[in-house]
Design a binder for this molecule. Structure first.
Ligand code: PLP
Length: 451
């Protein structure tokens, strides 16, 4: 390929990147990723980078699995495309739906395919509104979400998300989306006991329902553990109370499992780890380990029954794309047959938890949070008061991320929280390397920002 500098120049000139400023591209140039194996990326200069984010939280089985490439090639030769509209179907879509129904908790037995998480969440908006309308309650259409949540970048996904900076671009949210605060004790809990804080934040859902009117609220959407919001783990008191409130007011519970699904928290789904009983789950990312774009809404018997009784006028050209379904199915086979969830539970997560928690002794690190293989640390100038670097929130996180990059480690920052979600196949030895590079990067960042 062309020399790196030339690639970077062409990239800056012609490629509009998501979530990146033009200045970042012209001044520094993008790092060009050329290939990848296991948990390591290789850039166009031959540098090996430890990918502690599994891409965008998705490459659960690790990079470079030939089985998926073989399955994709075979499927492309046999049936590269057909749709699932108007009474047609095909084997990969059928087999994957059956497998997902088997893995999903409770009676979530029905799969509506999308291309990724954003459009699966768009599906959910139309689905829950159609559900209540078909049940004779068309007014029941408001969806409650949480500030600082990320549910995608489409108009629907951005609206469901609680990121104010995203709302500003495009005059969003759409009408009928309301928000409650997130259960982020570290940043917002003040002097409260974490469990009391968790309960108080959950009860905001009840207050919001009563404010809007229970006959007007269709659903509550949340990730079991908020990912892109900063790996925010709610206090234990939070989810049982949310579940109680959804049950009491007959509000559909949508668990956005786009990050938490497929082993990330040690179980197939985050809802199982946190004992949540959703009516609908959004899945994507780890469903195919990112090898093919695919997402889905997995819905309960009751929701499916109502949707099947009408004609749900919704679908994407690539809903249930045969190649993506075949790849996803092979990915699930690998996760299952190689015991990767057991590896997370018994080997990788305990080892990472011990090492990750040890970062709390760093002068700049406040709380370290971890569930399964998703983890965060809060950066703070004062551990006692849990202060943030408020004047320029995000800057210290950004500097730390840059130091990680310099040390060939991909960690992400959300404001001043550093987050990781490595491939689930990561070994204890690789975790040690990850922690070593993280610590070195924190030291370097601390040198830059102290005083
Ligand atoms: N929901 C959650 C929780 C996500 O983290 C994401 C992506 O990061 C999405 C939805 C959107 O998924 P996609 O980028 O596949 O559209």
């Amino acid at each position: 390929h062309l020399p790196t500098a030339e690639l970077q120049a062409i990239d800056a000139a012609h490629h509009l990147h998501p979530f990146t400023t033009g200045d970042e591209l012209t001044q520094k140039g993008a790092r060009i990723i050329a290939s990848a194996k296991g948990i390591y990326l290789k850039d166009s200069e031959g540098e090996e980078i430890l990918d502690a984010m599994a891409g965008l939280w998705c490459v659960n089985i690790g990079y470079g699995r030939d089985e998926l490439a073989d399955v994709a090639a075979r499927q492309m030769r046999e049936l590269p495309y057909y749709n699932t509209f108007f009474q047609t179907s095909h084997v990969p879509a059928i087999a994957l739906a059956q497998k997902l129904a088997e893995l999903a908790p409770g009676d979530l037995n029905h799969v509506f395919y999308a291309n990724g998480g954003s459009d699966a969440n768009d599906t959910n908006i139309r689905m829950v509104r159609t559900y209540w309308a078909e049940k004779g309650q068309p007014e029941k259409k408001t969806i409650i979400s949480r500030w600082n949540a990320y549910h995608g970048s489409t108009i629907g996904g951005t609206s469901l998300g609680g990121m104010k900076g995203m709302h500003e671009q495009g005059d969003l949210p759409i009408p009928g989306i309301e928000f409650i605060e997130q259960p982020n004790w570290w940043a917002e809990g003040g002097d409260m006991d974490p469990e009391d804080f968790g309960l108080a934040r959950a009860r905001e859902l009840e207050e919001k329902i009563l404010e809007i009117g229970e006959d007007k609220v269709a659903a509550f959407i949340a990730e079991p553990i908020q990912g892109a919001g900063g790996v925010i783990v709610a206090p234990d008191s939070y989810w049982p109370e949310i579940q109680r409130i959804c049950d009491k007011y007959e509000i559909l519970l949508i668990a956005d499992e786009v990050i938490c699904g497929f082993g990330r928290t040690g179980n197939w789904f985050g809802s199982q780890t946190l004992d949540i009983r959703p009516d609908i789950m959004t899945v994507a990312k780890g469903l195919s380990s990112g090898y093919a774009p695919i997402g889905a809404s997995i819905v309960s018997d009751e929701v499916a029954k109502v949707l099947e009784a009408c004609e749900f006028n919704h679908g994407y050209t690539y809903s249930g794309h045969p190649v993506a379904c075949a790849v996803a199915l092979e990915n699930l086979r690998i996760l299952e047959e190689e015991g990767i969830l057991e590896h997370v539970q018994n080997v990788a997560a305990p080892h990472l938890a011990e090492k990750w928690k040890s970062l709390e002794d760093h002068p700049m690190v406040g709380e370290a949070k971890i569930v399964g293989l998703m983890a965060s640390i809060a950066l703070t100038p004062n551990k006692e008061t849990r202060a943030s670097f408020a004047a320029d929130a995000g800057t210290v996180g950004y500097i730390t991320r840059e130091c990680c990059f310099g040390n060939n480690l991909i960690m992400r920052h959300v404001g001043d929280r550093m987050i990781i979600s490595p491939p689930l196949v990561i070994t204890p030895e690789e975790i040690d390397i990850l922690i070593e590079r993280a610590r070195k990067s924190l030291d370097e960042a601390y040198e830059k920002v102290r005083d």
